[in-house]
Every structure is written in C-alpha cells, then in structure tokens.
Design a protein around this ligand. Structure first.
Ligand code: LMR
Length: 396
C-alpha cells in the first residue's frame, strides 16, 4: 500500500525545530519559528494566564464536549477583540465566529468553507507570505498565486506592484492579507495604503481573508486591530482568522478563531451553520482548556489589563532587541547599513540573507532562521545577541 509513498520535505518552519533540537552545539540559538522568549531565553507563562488557571483550578470542572463552534464566552470575546465590543457588526449580530485550533485552524475552516462556496476561485497570497499559507490553501483544493508585496531593493513594500496585482485579479478571487506584523517581512502597509487596497478589493469584487496572528505585537492591540474597522466601513464581507498563540504565549494550547462578517444576523446564522459542518467533519469540536483561559482573561477587566501590560512588555522588548541587533551587527564589523531592521515590525526580521548564508549560519554556528532569511527577533536576548551578531557578521 505504501510502497509508492514519497518522503515529504521537512516543514520549512517547524521542521527547523526538529533540526534545532537534534543540534549538539551548546551555543545554538533558535530564530526559526515565531515564538517569543523572554530575556532569559524562557518561554513565558503570562501572569494573566496563571491567574486565570488558578481560578479555574479552585473550581475544577469536568470536561464535556464543547459546542461545535466552541465556548460561547470565548467566541464573544474574540468578536469583541477583533471588531470592538460596541461595534455595529457585533451589536447587530452579523459576525459568525467559531473557536478554532490556533490561527492555522481558523484559516483552514475558512478555506474549506470557501472551497464549497466558490470552488473555482483562485487564492492570492503575498509574495512572500507565511510559508504555510500556500500549502494550506493548496491542500484545501485552491490554485494559489501571489500578489506583489516585498521590494528587496527598497527594503519595504512594493505598494504599486501590490495594487497592480490586486487590480488584475478576477472577481471572486480570495486575497489573503496580513492584518498586521507581516510574516515574514516585518513590513506593513500604512493606514492610507490600506484604504487604497480596500478600494481595489471592493471594486474588483475580491474576497478579503485577513490573517491576524500578531495583534498587539505591532503598535498595540487597538492600533493593530484598526484595519478591521476600515474593512467593516467598506461594506465588504470578509474573513478574519485570529491566533492567541503568540499574544497569550499559549502556543501548545492551539487557541484561535475564525470570524466571518456577513450582511446581517440571519446570513451570519446560515454561515455559522456551514462553518460548524466543516468543524464537525474535521475534528468534531474544539478542546476546552486554552479557550477557557483566554475567555476568562478577556472577560475579566483586571486580568485583561494585566494581559495588555504583559503583551506591551513583549512588544517593547522585541523593539529593543531590534535596536541591539542593528548596533551589534555594526560592532561585529558588518559594513552594510542594517538599520532597516528597526523599521520592521512584529516578531520577524527579513534579513536579506541568502539561503546559502542561512544554511551556513545553521551548520557552522547553530543559529537557526528560515532559508528565506527570516529571523525571529523575539527569540534574541542579552545573552545570545552578541553570538548571533558575530555569527551573522561571519557569513556576510
Ligand atoms: C511562524 O511563522 O513561525 C509561526 O507562525 C509558527 C508557525 O506555525 O509557522
């Protein structure tokens, strides 16, 4: 049965973890996967999460099946976070939200639903995009193309190219957009540029699918989420996937969501019924713990304030590490101007290093980033920064 099965390549991001774990270099540094570590190199357990868990432990509950679409309080908290608690879409009940297994799960539920709805639509992702976008939409049965995004020479966004690609897309095309903290480049478009993109999407009758995996890592929770308000104001129907992996440091709990903005409450009910079929036929219903923790934090004013403070600290530390990286590279003898690193945003820096340089970094120095040159600056700390800078300087 399996004699013709080919060996699949390692995952370009998570596959690096396997290689990193097997590496015996005592100085190894993992800048591959997008995970935030504190300045001691430790994965944080947020205080708001601990407090919520302690409250839950004080009143232990049995674990029955959750509803197919997840915990009601969780779904409501996601809606409020993404659209605003007092926003018109939430008040009028025209958002269909489901709990999902991480942001990836939210994308996949949306992709499977869209495949049934528009089987012949094409999907466009940014060039480049998160490695899993192409694979996920391809596996959902779509033909996946790209829209122009990164301008390597300018070290920024090729905005003219982006608009031109979107203008050329056929009506009904599904356009995957990074709501904030573009992965992998770290370059976001400005608020005014979002307005232009939205105009083009609307005029071209394209379907926006926003991936919001890093809300709060750019400029702040509200600031990063502001783009959603712009989409709402446009009158379009659209999809938003949410992830709490990074913002709650709950990677392994797989806590995410999918929200679909519909025309009215009745339509949202019909859409929700279809999303539930996708979930039921894939994994039946979501797990209990992570969703319960996030719902508890987001619905308790004190814990929510603590979460915002802790998320703010992560954001500020990442920014500080960007500056240290720029300074450290200069001190290590890199002649090239690397100051672009501080104009990037979110967890990643698109370093501009070639695949060969990234492979050398990994093999000779145990410094892991993706082959595309992406490095997770959220994993830099005061102990590993000098070593990372010296290693990069050697391969440059
Ligand atoms: C990343 O881009 O490294 C993260 O989103 C983790 C993942 O699942 O790839």
């Amino acid at each position: 049965l399996f004699s013709a099965v080919e060996m699949a390549p390692r995952d370009p991001i998570l596959g690096l973890n396997e290689q990193f774990n097997a590496d015996t270099n005592p100085k190894k540094v993992n800048l591959g996967v997008g995970v935030y570590f504190d300045d001691n190199g430790k994965l944080p357990l947020l205080q708001c999460v601990q407090a919520a868990e302690q409250k839950m432990m004080a009143k232990p509950t049995a674990r029955g099946y959750l509803p197919i679409d997840g915990i009601v309080a969780y779904d409501n908290a996601v809606k409020a976070l993404v659209f605003g608690a007092d926003s018109e879409p939430v008040k009028s009940g025209r958002v269909a939200t489901v709990q999902a297994i991480g942001g990836t799960g939210g994308l996949k539920i949306g992709a499977d639903f869209l495949k049934k709805l528009s089987p012949n639509a094409k999907v466009l992702i940014s060039d480049p995009s998160w490695e899993n976008h192409r694979a996920l939409f391809t596996n959902a049965g779509f033909e996946v193309g790209t829209y122009a995004y990164y301008d390597a020479e300018k070290r920024g966004v090729n905005f003219g190219g982006m608009l031109a690609s979107l203008k050329a897309a056929a009506p009904g095309t599904i356009v995957v957009l990074h709501a904030c903290c573009h992965n992998p480049t770290g370059y976001d478009i400005t608020a005014a540029q979002w307005d232009q993109v939205i105009e083009v999407l609307k005029a071209g009758k394209l379907t926006p699918f926003l991936d919001m995996a890093y809300q709060g890592f750019g400029h702040g929770i509200a600031e990063d989420g502001a783009v959603i308000g712009k989409f709402v104001a446009s009158g379009m129907n659209f999809f938003v996937s949410t992830s709490f992996s990074k913002s709650f440091s709950l990677y392994g709990e797989r806590v995410g969501g999918l929200s679909v903005l519909c025309q009215d409450k009745e339509e949202a009910g019909r859409v929700l019924s279809q999303l539930k079929i996708v979930i039921r036929t894939n994994y039946s219903n979501p797990p209990t713990h992570g969703g319960a923790v996030v719902a508890a934090v987001l619905s308790d004013p004190e814990l929510r304030a603590l979460w915002e403070k802790e998320l703010g600290e992560m954001r500020v530390r990442i920014k500080a590490m960007r500056q240290k990286l720029v300074d450290g590279l200069k001190a290590a003898g890199v002649k090239q101007d690397m100051s672009f690193i501080t104009s990037q945003i979110g967890m990643f820096s698109y370093s501009g290093l070639s695949k060969d340089q990234m492979v050398r970094l990994r093999n000779e120095f145990g410094v892991y980033g993706t082959d595309t040159g992406r490095m997770c600056v959220a994993a830099l700390n005061s102990q590993n920064i000098d070593y990372v800078c010296a290693s990069i300087a050697k391969v440059m």
